[in-house]
Design a protein around this ligand. Sequence first.
Ligand code: MN
Ligand code: MN
Length: 302
Amino acid sequence: MFIHNKALMYTVRVGATDPLLASLLSEQFGGPDGELAAAMRYFTQALADDDPGRKDMLIDIATEELSHLEVIGSIIAMLNKGAKGKLAEGAEEASELLRSLAQGGESHHLNLLFGGGPALVNSGGAPWTAAYVDSKGDPTCDLRSNIAAEARAKIIYERLINVTDDAGVRDALGFLMTREVAHQKSFEKALYAIENHFPPGKLPPQDDWGEVYFNMSTGEGDSRGPWNKNGFDFREAPDGESADGGDGIPSVELDSDEQEACDAAAERQKSNPETDPLTGAELPGAAQASRKRGGERPERRH
Ligand code: MN
Ligand code: MN
């Protein structure tokens, strides 16, 4: 069950009304790397995980992400509060009210449509979607995805901190950013606590290909590094042949009915490379247009 405590996880002290900043912070309320996406990602993973320690960690962090959602949503609400009050009361000249709402980004959208409260949209106004959650139900996949998600959230918070000089907002965003770093560490530890964590799944990679690096892009800029050096069999790109040594031609076993139908379709749709037919692009009107552009009138060859 969820029990709510009215104290925010981190105290929000916003210095002044700033609808543009509120609009930018929406990224972490309703965006792909935002707090709702994080909470739903870990919550749904927790419900399906049978490992008691990992399940507990996932539900702890999911619940903390909901608490972050509350913090970032409260910052957005505080940044819009002054403008919201004046809009509700029609407290200023129309032109002044318009100016206070339309400060850039999606500030007009958030204030007019959502009344200044936090909305489940990203900073560009796109609605939140469950497609942001990419869990696969395998902890060695999902923990890696969680690590990447925390890394993205950390970077977005860092950029948001860099665009405001409101000390209270920077302080609260700094807390949220730091917690994402802590989550990343927990997910890294949880991943490595699975002894068989690489490669994901049960089937081993094929012997021939698991340690090969193909130099598929050739020319100036080719380089060697740890991603293709030690432990890798570095090979030049296959030149006109399949990596497996086969003829590289796709094939399928068809039954006789399927083969007959395919042959009939191929016969009906075959092209004649010997012909040079007159086409619509060469008819008189098209030819004139072509001449006006400096082209030659095409000769009719049959
Ligand atoms: Mn968070
Ligand atoms: Mn997190």
